[in-house]
Design a binder for this molecule. Sequence first.
Ligand code: FMN
Length: 169
Amino acid sequence: MKLEEAIHTRRTHKVFGSEPVARELLDELFELARWAPNHHVTNPWRFRVLGPRSLAALKEAAGPDAARKLDRAPTLVAVTQVRDEDPVQDEDDLCAVACAAYIVLLAAHGRGLVGYWRSPGVLRTQAGRDACDIGAGERFVGLLHLGSARQPAKVKERAPVQSFTTYLD
Ligand SMILES: Cc1cc2nc3c(=O)[nH]c(=O)nc-3n(C[C@H](O)[C@H](O)[C@H](O)COP(=O)(O)O)c2cc1C
């Protein structure tokens, strides 16, 4: 798939097939993600692929209602940023991790998978962080849902380029 087509056609999916994404394929996605732009090349991203123990602990932390949503995708990846004591580097690192997370979604799409970047409240709680072994020195960035598509995704209209672009003198 061409890059432009991939950017245009990647969509958030919320209904997935049950087949987990193979570890080899996940490794390919993370291999690409590490080439995200990154000021001072601090490699601030951490990817944790949830297994049965961590998923069960996360669902327990989430409570019954929120737990159901954690069963939507067969493969969940918790993305975090290693915090930096310098606030400027810390901000740059957060942006770099967001780029890396997007690479994972885009590369998954390029391989015929679908994805969903979620920021569930449970991962902002200590119990949720503990379930995913996220230490105090990391910031939660997103819980990527990956798998195969079960139905077409909804396409939301986007603002036109002119509405957010200014060419300064
Ligand atoms: C940082 C970030 C956090 C997000 N968190 C959520 C979320 O918690 N729940 C949700 O439904 N979608 C979440 N999304 C997905 C967006 O809602 C989605 O990208 C948006 O609706 C545009 O759709 P598209 O991805 O198909 O272009 C998040 C996206 C980003 C970048």
